[in-house]
Write a protein that binds this ligand. Structure first.
Ligand code: BG6
Length: 489
């Protein structure tokens, strides 16, 4: 990371005492400060509904910082410098009278970033308030996901924001785009002609994208139950990963060139008709089970749970992209809560050689796989076929990995959190890693038809025990095509 500070700005953080701000945003800003990337006069104003003394709330922010920044990375000097930039203002985001008070508090501002870490339902009111108080002109707005819960509601949010902020000052977050290894997909694909020439239906048989989490709902039942895993993870993170894997090479690295290519992929995603859902999509909901030797409750037994909920905590599906590059290549997507481990990984399965000359029993071994591990143990491995060593081995084949482990290669470098990168890019005014309005809308359109199909079919989620890889139907989903999930996880 370069250590030249970016231009100074005032960051107004709406939802400044919320979970996201405390767990992710303040630690990320602290790390930017520690790396020398925040200009001396950059200020951060946390805005929350919570009344009381600002000093009390700032102390609370400080305590959380010390909790969430790894111990070895808490440097007292940097911590004090960071805390000195902070201020707190209590305000009701829906109250129009609160915005002139905010403007007074801010004073003259050359460049402002308004970060909305609040429910999307209040984005419109915040934008109006900022505009009415004369705070919109030099401001970039950052919108957290989820933006709406379907196409119509996301359009309404986007329009309410667009009434005051043009697209080139609107930064929609999908934090997966800020992950170092996700950005590496662009380097891997477009800086290596080796892969790019093979990246199509002539050479690739299928693609797997798995984003598994070990955690359950973690006190977020109210939000999660309204959303479910399809809206919470597939509509954004998994479809973004799919786009980065499937898109055509952009003509340059500009934000719009990349986003234009991603949109083409989203537009080419084949809808899944209600009558195909049974074969192509599996919904699951975890029941009590065992994780790391501990019994954990089922989804319906979590704190504040509605015991009749049929919200899914797991989705596996088989998607198809209708274009020349990907015709006939299934993309298997799988994501769930309470899986045996936290794992985000993409596996590209290459086709068998066109003419097979080795012993028939070795045939199942034959196929190259490119495994891109996004988290944990970030790295890339390419499974290649070699011959067993030894006089007595004949032409016995084995599959060996060519490994590139980022954690080993860059042993001394810490991998920055996604939010560090994203906040830095907003400060620089670079929209590459943010999602454009039409991307969000095409992603919703595709997810909406799945949700409508589930409703029409009365499709209830299938139970799976916490600590397993989802309902058995998700295994059948892929074995029906004569394949299995990589590593038979
Ligand atoms: C968020 C989802 O967007 O991503 C959460 O709302 C999920 O439900 C989280 O836990 C996963 O992010 P990460 O970076 O831990 O993989």
């Amino acid at each position: 990371m370069a250590s030249q500070p970016v231009e100074p700005c005032t960051l107004a953080l709406f939802g400044g005492l919320g979970d996201l701000a405390l767990r992710k945003l303040f630690p990320a800003l602290y790390q930017l400060d520690r790396a020398g990337l925040l200009a001396a006069d950059t200020r951060i104003l946390a805005l929350g509904r919570e009344s009381g003394e600002p000093a009390t709330h700032m102390a609370e922010i400080g305590e959380h910082l010390r909790r969430y920044v790894p111990a070895g990375e808490v440097e007292e000097g940097a911590m004090q410098r960071f805390l000195a930039r902070l201020d707190y203002l209590s305000m009701d985001f829906l109250d129009t009278d609160a915005y002139p008070v905010l403007a007074d508090k801010l004073g003259p501002v050359a460049r402002m970033i308004a970060y909305f870490a609040t429910p999307a339902a209040v984005y419109g009111a915040i934008c109006e308030g900022l505009a009415a108080a004369g705070l919109a002109e030099r401001t970039r707005v950052v919108l957290e996901k989820p933006i709406g819960h379907d196409l119509d509601s996301s359009r309404a949010v986007n329009e309410a924001v667009a009434a005051h902020f043009p697209e080139n000052r609107t930064y929609r977050i999908d934090h997966y785009l800020g992950k170092e290894t996700v950005q590496n997909l662009i380097a891997l694909r477009f800086a290596n002609s080796l892969f790019e020439t093979q990246w199509n239906q002539h050479h690739i048989s299928h693609v797997e994208i798995t984003v598994a989490e070990q955690v359950g709902i973690e006190g977020r039942w109210g939000y999660f139950d309204q959303a479910g895993q399809l809206r919470d993870m597939i509509q954004n993170h998994l479809l973004q990963l799919l786009c980065l894997i499937a898109m055509d090479p952009p003509s340059d690295l500009s934000a719009d060139s990349i986003r234009d290519e991603k949109v083409k992929v989203l537009k080419a995603l084949a809808p899944i008709a209600p009558e195909q859902l049974g074969q192509q999509v599996v919904r699951g909901q975890y029941v009590a089970g065992n994780i790391l030797g501990k019994t954990v409750p089922g989804y319906l037994e979590e704190e504040h749970a509605n015991t009749h909920s049929d919200t899914e905590t797991f989705v596996a599906l088989r998607a198809e992209i209708r274009n020349w590059r990907w015709s006939g290549v299934p993309f298997y997507l799988r994501t769930g809560k309470r899986m045996p481990q936290k794992l985000s990984q993409i596996v590209i399965h290459f086709k068998e050689p066109p003419h097979y000359i080795f012993a028939p029993e070795q045939r199942p071994l034959i196929s190259n796989r490119l495994v891109i591990r996004l988290q944990p143990d970030e790295g890339i491995s390419l499974q290649v076929m070699t011959k067993e060593q030894g006089l007595d081995k004949g032409m016995q084949l084995r599959s060996d990995p060519l490994q590139l482990s980022f954690s080993n290669t860059y042993r001394s470098a810490r991998i920055p959190d996604a939010y560090e990168r994203l906040l830095l890019e907003v400060m620089k005014g670079n929209q590459n890693l943010f999602v454009r309005k039409d991307e969000i809308e095409y992603a919703w359109k595709w997810c909406d038809q799945l949700i409508a199909g589930w409703r029409q079919q009365g499709d209830a989620p299938r139970p799976y025990a916490a600590g397993t890889w989802g309902p058995t139907a998700s295994i059948a989903l892929i074995t029906r095509d004569g394949r299995s999930w990589y590593g038979d996880l």
